[in-house]
Ligand binder design. Structure first.
Ligand code: 13P
Length: 269
């Protein structure tokens, strides 16, 4: 069974002391969270706060991730950050291909693929974001976009390497809009994603790969989204900036213990 994985993408938010407090609060609350060992959790702060957040999380099982990474090892690449630098400050994960980088900064699938390879080669675990724009969904192109992002983003990646890759399906129309994909829409896209992974690699890789959902995830919809058979966690933006909200989402991803009569996390079962 795939272990659920919830990651907070803080994007370009918070100042140094807010970032440190958020990390410290999360550490404290996650430590006393029941069955915390049944879920993987990470936060992805802005680059400049990675070290202080790492210090605040010292001794915690909450992992650290970066919001991006560059594909070159070192040299004259003003403003960029390498895999080695991220490892050096304690990162385990790096988001690649986030829709804001695709659509605001203009990153291409080819660039994203190079970043992904570089992350894997250097021992970082990439979270590859995929997902369609509203106009693409309206034109019936959702599956074509998912397939293109997967085939181009994962080009040249070996089956073994896929053990260290997480996919995040983030429909762009649901990001920061308050408009969440319905659990059925998320499940449909995730099932299709897994089908393409089986085609690119094989069924074993497809079944083992974790696919997070991202886009206006909140405590009130997290459990139901993550109870879908192909939804293996969440990549959370806005709601990861408040400890209580993020903890609410994490708890929504913890598998029910015991039978349904003793648990109501609003999962819809
Ligand atoms: P929101 O949760 O704010 O919609 O952002 C989702 C996202 O882009 C996470 O990477």
């Amino acid at each position: 069974m795939r272990k659920k994985f919830v990651a907070g993408n803080w994007k370009m938010n918070l100042n140094a002391s807010e970032a440190q407090s958020l990390a410290a609060e999360l550490k404290a609350q996650f430590e006393v969270c029941e069955n915390a060992d049944t879920i993987d959790v990470a936060v992805c702060p802005p680059f400049v706060y990675l070290s202080s957040v790492a210090a605040a999380l010292e001794g915690s099982t909450v992992e650290l991730g970066a919001q991006d990474v560059y594909f070159e090892g070192n040299g004259a690449y003003t403003g960029e950050i390498s895999v080695e630098m991220l490892k050096d400050v304690g990162c385990r994960y790096a988001i690649v291909g986030h829709s804001e980088r695709r659509h605001v900064i203009g990153e291409t699938n080819e660039l994203i693929n190079r970043k992904l390879h570089s992350a894997l080669a250097g021992g970082l675990e990439p979270i590859l974001c995929i997902g369609e724009l509203l106009e693409e969904r309206e034109k019936g192109q959702t599956e074509a976009v998912i397939e293109r992002h997967l085939r181009k983003g994962l080009k040249g990646v070996g089956k073994e390497q896929m053990l260290n890759v997480t996919i995040a399906y983030e429909p762009v129309w649901a990001i920061g809009t308050g408009k969440t994909a319905t659990p059925a829409q998320a499940q449909e896209a995730h099932e299709f994603t897994r089908k393409i992974l089986a085609d690119i690699f094989d069924e074993e890789v497809a079944q083992a790969t974790r696919i997070q959902y991202g886009g206006s995830v909140k405590p009130s919809n997290a459990a139901e989204l993550m109870s879908q058979p192909d939804v293996d966690g969440a990549l959370v933006g806005g709601a990861s900036l408040k400890t209580d909200d993020f903890m609410g989402i994490i708890k929504g991803g913890i598998p029910p213990q015991g039978d349904c009569s003793s648990c109501c996390r609003n999962c819809g079962k």
